[in-house]
Design a binder for this molecule. Structure first.
Ligand code: ACO
Ligand code: ZN
Length: 224
């Protein structure tokens, strides 16, 4: 099973003329005008979407040598909320999720690089129970598993119906920045800040509808 990164690398090597854009990560053929146009559109939308401009009283939840994690809460300025929604749209697009109206209040964590780009995001929501995903759905990366009706939600990362407090409804890292611990740091910070005054255990968090990437990450993260 190939990760998306691997597919991007393979596509770059195998397909004649295929290029990986170093800014937006899109694989396209520079030889095809259609691809070029598609890339130009995606490129602009993506870079606009991940552009980060700080605001007064932003909640910096953690700082690292390569960036910081900013928490967006519902009482943040309109600009921040709009930004959060734009990022969620980008992520949902990449994951193949259709627009789902989230029912519970959610918290969003953004990983902002030192170049002021949003290169990671985690959306957390309160959840009561989670079930481990037992049967593996076909391993199609980004297959749409949610629909606009009441989604049949699968949560993974606990062994039996278990009490959990926090559900990770989305986790995403920019394709060219994966495997640098960005997702791990987002989850670490979420565990520390989601409930006031307590540090969530790995068995108190759950992942919703995980993709193949998401499962590999969750399995690795939760066993530590
Ligand atoms: N394949 C195998 N192992 C993996 C993978 C992978 N694709 N991704 C993470 N891991 C494991 C590794 O053991 C890794 O440690 P290592 O690099 O030292 O070997 C460990 O998890 C920690 O990985 P991070 O670097 O913290 O994870 P990353 O920042 O790369 O982000 C993520 C992981 C978010 C799943 C990323 O691959 C991604 O954005 N994928 C596309 C979007 C997606 O599918 N998101 C999950 C949807 S499910 C949901 O939202 C609930
Ligand atoms: Zn590009």
């Amino acid at each position: 099973e190939l990760s998306k990164d691997q597919m991007i690398i393979d596509a770059g090597q195998k397909h004649f003329g295929a290029t990986v854009c170093k800014s937006c990560g899109m694989v396209y053929s520079a030889a095809s005008p259609e691809d070029e146009t598609q890339h130009a559109q995606y490129h602009q939308r993506f870079l606009e979407g991940i552009k980060y401009v700080s605001w007064k009283n932003e909640h910096v939840a953690a700082e690292f040598w390569d960036g910081k994690i900013v928490l967006i809460l519902q009482d943040d300025p309109k600009y921040a909320i709009k930004k959060a929604e734009a990022v969620r749209e980008l992520v949902d697009n990449e994951l193949g999720f259709k627009q789902v109206v989230l029912r519970c209040p959610t918290q969003m964590y953004l990983f902002v690089s030192t170049e002021k780009k949003i290169v990671g995001c985690l959306i957390a929501e309160p959840v009561r129970q989670a079930y481990q995903v037992l049967s593996e759905p076909p391993a199609v990366s980004g297959s749409p598993t949610n629909d606009s009706l009441e989604p049949q939600r699968a949560w993974c990362c606990s062994t039996k119906p278990e009490k959990v407090f926090c559900g990770i409804s989305r986790i995403w890292v920019f394709s060219l920045m994966r495997r640098r611990g960005i997702a791990s740091r987002l989850v670490d910070v979420m565990r520390r800040t989601f409930l006031f005054g307590s540090f969530l255990n790995t068995n108190e968090i759950a992942f919703s509808d995980p993709t193949p990437d998401g499962k590999l990450f969750a399995a690795r993260y939760c066993q530590t």
